[in-house]
Design a protein around this ligand. Structure first.
Ligand code: GAL
Length: 398
């Protein structure tokens, strides 16, 4: 736990950068990010069919963007879960624009929502909206990404640090680094969006596992680019990750130097790195590439041997935990680990690891991520959320 807190302190020193573009969508009002608004509306319809008795309460669900696959799933699942439980919902996507997300949340407050669920674009840029929520007495659940504001009552996420350690351990085991002898393996690193509070946890979890091997010279980052700010990827952009990977490959590997592994914090960045390795890497060895999320394109790359693993987070389960927590909050129940059996989902109640401000701990429900490779894709099919086509590729069940 102490190590985690130390990591958090290190991460607090990182600079935040975010470029913006506009738009929002809602299952009940405006819609500029059309594509998955449709998915949300479909789930809305299903939700209405299966609706429990109406609670008369309204839930605001603020998601960051539809440009990354997972958030489309999160939005649709949350919308569906809450509607099935008899809540009215307002779902917005803010197109990776923090100003837009503040507006969207303000509109939800004006719309008299009873509770807010927010996956922040930038955990430090929502103060105006969070302070207004506190003034209005509307409780906030930080969903997946923590918000640095004490208006947040609870945090629901996966164990973010563990996501990184799973990636690091995978590299250690796959290359058998403990028995490497004098062999030196070359590695590069791509991390996530500095504005996303999770990105530092993913990076630090992996680095804490890999650092001893880097110190011993068993793992060698040929570019020398290891610190978070240098390897971070604004908005988790695939194109940005691709461009940096191409630069690294042409600057450090064009002479035939062998690249063994590329640590990528998530699937959208792994997609760009895999593309660069496929087109710009001169070597013929398979480069180990890590990821996170189980996005469809990455699962295809795993089947094709272009990506090696992904850390899977079942976001349907994340939405179920969020619904149960919200119901308990609105019913005025005690919120602690005694709720967990009612979730029916493996998770931990953690009151130590996360803070919304200096010294202000945020009680958190943290679900358990898992490693997916070409060898256990069936586990995804077994969740009922993916199906395997005759071609062997997985697609999300609509
Ligand atoms: C993180 C999230 C990851 C990944 C990433 C890019 O905050 O926890 O699952 O999706 O954002 O969106």
């Amino acid at each position: 736990m102490k190590r985690k807190l130390l990591s958090v302190m290190l991460i607090a020193a990182m600079t935040a950068a975010l470029t913006a573009c506009g738009g929002s969508s809602s299952s009940s009002s405006s819609s500029t990010e059309e594509a998955s608004s449709e998915a949300a509306e479909e789930s809305t319809d299903e939700g209405e069919e299966a609706s429990a008795e109406a609670t008369g309460q309204k839930i605001g669900i603020s998601m960051p963007t539809q440009s990354l696959e997972r958030w489309n799933r999160d939005g649709a699942y949350l919308d569906e879960q809450f509607q099935n439980a008899g809540f009215e919902t307002v779902l917005t996507y803010s197109d990776n624009d923090s100003g837009q997300q503040v507006n969207d949340i303000q509109n939800m407050l004006a719309d008299n929502v009873d509770l807010l669920i927010v996956a922040a674009i930038d955990g430090e840029a929502l103060n105006t909206a969070m302070n207004e929520a506190a003034e209005a007495g509307v409780p906030v659940i930080a969903y997946d990404r923590l918000i640095m504001n004490d208006a947040v009552s609870y945090y629901v996420s996966f164990d973010n640090y563990t996501v990184g350690t799973l990636q690091g351990q995978f590299i250690v085991e796959t290359l058998d680094l403990d028995n490497a002898g004098d062999t030196v393996y070359n590695m590069e690193i791509t991390a996530g969006d500095p504005a996303d509070n999770n990105a530092g946890y993913f990076y630090q979890g992996a680095i804490d596992v890999l650092q001893p091997y880097m110190d011993a010279g068993t793992l060698n980052v040929v570019s020398g680019q290891t610190d978070f700010d240098t390897v971070a990827t604004d908005q988790w952009s695939t194109d940005t990750a691709l461009e940096r990977a191409q630069n690294v490959l042409s600057s450090y590997y064009a002479d035939g130097t062998q690249l063994d592994v590329w640590l990528c914090s998530n699937d959208s960045t792994a997609l760009g790195v895999a593309q660069a390795v496929t087109s710009d890497y001169a070597g013929s060895n398979t480069v180990i590439i890590t990821g996170q999320d189980g996005d469809e394109a990455n699962l295809k790359n795993i089947v094709d041997g272009v990506q090696t693993m992904t850390v899977y987070k079942n976001v349907s389960n994340e939405s179920i935990v969020t619904l149960s927590l919200a119901q308990a909050m609105l019913a005025g129940e005690t919120i602690d680990e005694s709720l967990i059996p009612s979730f029916g989902i493996d998770c931990a109640f953690d009151t130590e690891s996360y803070e919304t401000s200096d010294g202000n701990k945020c009680p958190s429900f943290l679900l358990v991520p898992s490693v997916i490779t070409a060898d256990n894709l069936q586990e995804l099919v077994d969740t009922g959320l993916y199906e395997m086509g005759e071609d062997g590729y997985l697609s999300a069940v609509q």
